[in-house]
Design a protein around this ligand. Structure first.
Ligand code: GRF
Length: 215
């Protein structure tokens, strides 16, 4: 059985979408995977409550209790490794991970970023997209590298930017597609249909089509 460890900081709606897909599609049977734990750097994260309610181990590693980023990360790594993860899924996890955490786990960590990378790395992506006047926006799932939002792109979901949009309405439109995209990407990686090779996400044409989603 492959273990998925999900890292969150808050709401956890992407975690819920992955959980739902894993149950509906019976991932335990095929590809033989389960969500082994949900870990949050914020003890009050709603996603932790969801995990507990669903009978999934829920762990808080509160970054505020550690004097340095390194100390926090070391503790986080211990908790993550306890569940022997084959896949580490960052889903609204709002702490930057350094080389120390990422390098030994390269090719096993995914992140979802609410923009069409390589545009709009960092925070406030929806407002920045509106301000830039782009007509499409969306979300990207990528392998995590030590460069912030800079790892190899796996899949993207595209939504229109409407003249009436606020950052909130645009975020909501994007989030709906994230909930389709992220479970698909997780499954494709677990099935070995997507791999990290020489800094690029390698997959066949059918998989690339499946992981390009348009509203
Ligand atoms: C998503 O928009 C994701 O792209 C960003 O943070 C948000 C997480 O939402 N990284 P949730 O916690 O999964 O509901």
């Amino acid at each position: 059985m492959k273990n998925i460890v999900i890292l969150i900081s808050g709401r956890g709606s992407n975690f819920e979408a992955i959980l739902r897909a894993s149950r509906e599609q019976r991932w335990e049977q095929n590809p033989g995977a389960r969500i082994a734990a949900v870990i949050s750097n914020r003890p009050g994260a709603r996603g932790l409550e969801t995990a507990r309610r669903e009978g999934i181990p829920a762990v808080a590693v509160d970054h505020k209790l550690y004097p340095t980023r390194e100390a926090f990360e070391e503790r986080l790594a211990q908790e993550v490794d306890r569940f022997e993860p084959d896949l580490i899924v960052l889903a609204g996890f709002m702490r930057i991970l350094t080389e120390r955490f990422v390098a030994p786990r390269e090719g096993k960590i995914l992140n979802i970023h609410p923009a069409l990378l390589p545009l709009f790395k960092g925070l406030d992506t929806h407002q920045r997209a509106i301000d830039a006047g782009v007509r499409v926006h969306g979300s990207t799932v990528h392998f995590v590298s030590a460069a912030l939002d800079g790892g190899a792109i796996i899949g993207q979901a595209v939504v229109p930017v409407l003249p009436s949009d606020t950052a909130e309405t645009l975020a909501a439109r994007g989030l709906e597609l994230e909930h389709v995209l992220y479970p698909r990407v997780c499954r494709a990686v677990l099935e070995g249909r997507v791999r990290l090779e020489d800094g690029r996400a390698v997959m066949d044409d059918d998989t690339a089509r499946e992981l390009a989603i348009f509203a």
